[in-house]
Design a binder for this molecule. Structure first.
Ligand code: C2E
Ligand code: CA
Ligand code: CA
Length: 413
């Protein structure tokens, strides 16, 4: 249909070319169209076929007689090109605006190129294309680059991601992933609760802080499993604390992804029922990014939580798009302000002025303010004076394993 070689014949020709030009360095280029299924779906398969032919023509226009190219499958193509003929800038320019038009329909295609600089010439040609394909996974997150190169760092990252992901379920079952508790203190210095933060004690890699696995799982959706596990652990702790620490709450994190994949209200309410816990003891931390999509729907969800008696906290206020405007409509009880987003400033005065005003504003909106990332006594004093009600940070304590948290409670009492 496209007039190009099919996969098998292309690979054979590439093999011959590699063998007969031992002094030429080559790039393996894997071309993939993002969401091509949708093109077929919306515009029909005739238009889809037409689009594929346009891609084939574009490839022909951009190669010399020293290249071998073909169609790998469906909407993927391959090119083997001498490295000195690969002009990334020109290709990037074409791909920034690749519009297919048949006179009636015009549609912009999102085409990505993964590139592998052939080092191991003896390897299977299909392996070379697999590596080039790999590279694409690193490009599709970014909006303005359509070309991604395969390198060792990428390879290691992909292997790490796969390894960690395949370990997750066992890690949850065997409690390798468990909550550490960071105390939350009021303005009299009394511990009133804790935030549950995930730690992974990996049998092979040892102690792993969240940045080593949370971002990956947020990307691939597995964060839902981590969060569910953390919510359950928090309920278990609260249940153990009955009659012992009746006045303490635990805050858990809800990732924006959770809202997308599961019914958070029903799952979390089921949990507190199962463990017979007052909803107000399991505080829920959400970030403002959850409001970026379906703000209306999300507000309803937060309202539902509050009607059920949960306390909803806006996490990381000040980190991103925080709009003071959104705040007046936000159905939240607590505003968590992170000092570290403010402390980049050279002087010490500005962050404090900003904090003072956020605290004042939240007071007027009847929202409790909690400052996290409090590291010095001076910060604690100043914040207390401003009217901030709750505090969390290294000045009080780092996140602690359960037994050390118990000790901390005794000491601070
Ligand atoms: P976060 O929810 O904003 O958690 C607060 C982070 O700040 C924690 O890092 C905590 O250890 C750190 N921190 C506390 N006090 C201080 C301080 O005084 N100074 C400084 N510089 N840092 C302080 P951690 O535990 O590494 O967690 C990082 C992030 O990972 C969390 O940020 C949260 O976004 C995510 N995370 C952790 N556990 C979970 C989880 O169970 N589920 C989800 N969805 N995300 C989690
Ligand atoms: Ca948090
Ligand atoms: Ca935070």
């Amino acid at each position: 249909m496209t007039g190009l070689y099919a996969r098998h014949y292309m690979f054979e020709n590439i093999r011959n070319m590699l063998d007969s030009n031992p002094d030429t360095e080559y790039f393996t280029v894997f071309l993939d169209v993002k969401n091509f299924k949708i093109v077929n779906d919306i515009f029909g398969s005739d238009f889809g076929d037409f689009a594929l032919c346009q891609i084939a023509n574009w490839i022909k226009d951009n190669v010399s007689e020293k290249c071998v190219y073909g169609r790998i499958a469906g909407d993927t193509f391959g090119v083997m090109v001498p490295s000195d003929e690969f002009d990334a800038d020109k290709l990037e320019e074409d791909l920034a605006n690749f519009v297919v038009t048949d006179g009636i329909v015009s549609h912009q295609l999102h085409i990505y190129l993964g590139v592998y600089a052939v080092r191991d010439r003896e390897a299977d040609v299909s392996v070379m294309f697999d590596r080039a394909h790999f590279a694409i996974s690193s490009a599709t997150d970014e909006y303005n680059t359509h070309i991604a190169f395969y390198d060792d760092k990428l390879r290691e990252k992909v292997m790490w991601d796969q390894k960690i992901s395949s370990n997750l379920h066992e890690a949850i079952e065997t409690m390798q992933i468990r909550p550490y508790l960071q105390p939350i203190t009021d303005n009299n210095g009394k511990v009133v609760g804790a935030e549950a933060l995930a730690r992974w004690i990996h049998p092979e890699y040892g102690f792993m802080p969240p940045y080593k696995f949370i971002p990956l799982f947020e990307n691939n959706g597995m964060i839902v499993d981590v969060d569910r596990h953390m919510w359950r652990c928090a309920c278990e702790l609260l249940s153990e604390w009955k009659g012992k620490h009746d006045d303490l709450f635990i805050s858990v994190n809800i990732s924006p992804m959770d809202f997308y994949y599961i019914n958070v209200v029903s799952e979390i309410s089921k949990l507190v029922k199962e463990y017979d816990i007052e909803p107000r003891k399991l505080r829920l931390e959400i970030t403002e990014t959850v409001m970026m999509n379906d703000a209306g729907d999300r507000m309803k969800t937060l309202d539902e939580f509050r009607k059920l008696g949960f306390i909803v906290e806006m996490d990381d206020f000040g980190s991103g798009y925080s709009s003071l405007n959104l705040l007046k409509d936000m159905p939240v009880d607590v505003l968590k302000i992170d000092m570290k987003f403010l402390s980049d400033s050279e002087e010490n005065e500005k962050p404090m002025t900003i904090l003072k005003n956020i605290v004042k504003l939240s007071e007027e909106l009847k929202i409790v303010s909690l400052t996290e990332g409090v590291e010095t006594e001076q910060q604690y004093m100043q914040l207390s004076e401003m009217g901030c009600k709750l505090f969390q940070g290294y000045y009080f304590s780092k996140p602690l394993p359960e037994n050390e948290f118990e000790e901390y409670l005794k000491k601070s009492a």
